[in-house]
Design a protein around this ligand. Structure first.
Ligand SMILES: [Zn+2]
Length: 237
């Protein structure tokens, strides 16, 4: 009976191996790090504003973020989580481009390494001109790239969060970019001519190369694929 049971189990295992597609069998999921939910206000009014923004800038009539392809890393250029939260919670025209909805990010990582989630992953957030239609935004509380990269607890949380998001959405290592790299992303799209060359100075290429190198190590350890072609586009600015 036991032998017959073992035989049946072995046969079932063989059948399962045969029916699981090769791609799925290779898929690995990084563990979800501990995330503290701290939602900013995103009522129907803000969703309507986000949809109008997406139509104006991307030709998309939706406020929903579907199958994100890019992760953009940011620096808040402020020293506390509270001030970042306050900025993202206020649905007022942003101080630079004067447009609605208010700016936001899906995640903010505090200097002690705490990961806060402010916006659900199915909702578009205004954090990077040209990429909001397909990008998850991660802010790091700090004043400079160097300050954040020098904070071991903050970087460790950031790498764990980013690796988890990469595995969850099959995002390639090369599509994990710094805000300052936005114009060279192959997913950059901006219909409003005046904003086509707009970007910010946070997380420049040299610092992101350091970040991606550390991320590759973490991803490999977790079995998250990091290969695949990475294409940069030349911005016409
Ligand atoms: Zn930024």
């Amino acid at each position: 009976m036991i032998a017959a049971g073992r035989t049946a189990l072995l046969a079932l295992a063989c059948v399962l191996l045969l029916v699981v597609p090769a791609g799925l069998a290779m898929t690995s999921f990084a563990p979800r790090p501990h995330i503290v939910t701290r939602p900013v206000a995103f009522p129907a009014k803000r969703k309507t504003e986000m949809q109008a923004y997406a139509k104006r800038h991307y030709g998309l009539a939706t406020w929903q973020l579907r199958s994100p392809k890019v992760i953009v890393e940011h620096i808040t250029v402020s020293s506390t989580f509270a001030s970042a939260f306050s900025t993202f919670n206020a649905d007022v025209p942003d101080s630079e481009l004067h447009e609605l909805p208010g700016t936001c990010a899906h995640f903010v990582i505090d200097t002690d390494g705490t990961i806060y989630q402010l916006v659900p992953l199915g909702v578009m957030c205004r954090h990077t001109v040209g990429l909001n239609w397909t990008a998850i935004g991660i802010e790091h509380v700090g004043l400079s790239d160097a300050q954040v990269l020098g904070n071991a607890r903050q970087v460790s949380s950031s790498l764990a969060l980013t690796a988890w998001l990469m595995s969850r959405f099959q995002i390639k290592l090369g599509d994990v970019i710094g805000h300052n790299e936005s114009l060279t992303s192959r997913f950059h799209k901006e219909l409003y001519a005046g904003w086509r060359c707009q970007t910010h100075g946070d997380f420049v290429r040299a610092d992101m190369n350091v970040y991606r190198s550390r991320l590759a190590t973490v991803a490999k350890r977790l079995g998250v694929p990091t290969d695949g072609p990475v294409r940069r586009v030349t911005p016409h600015c």
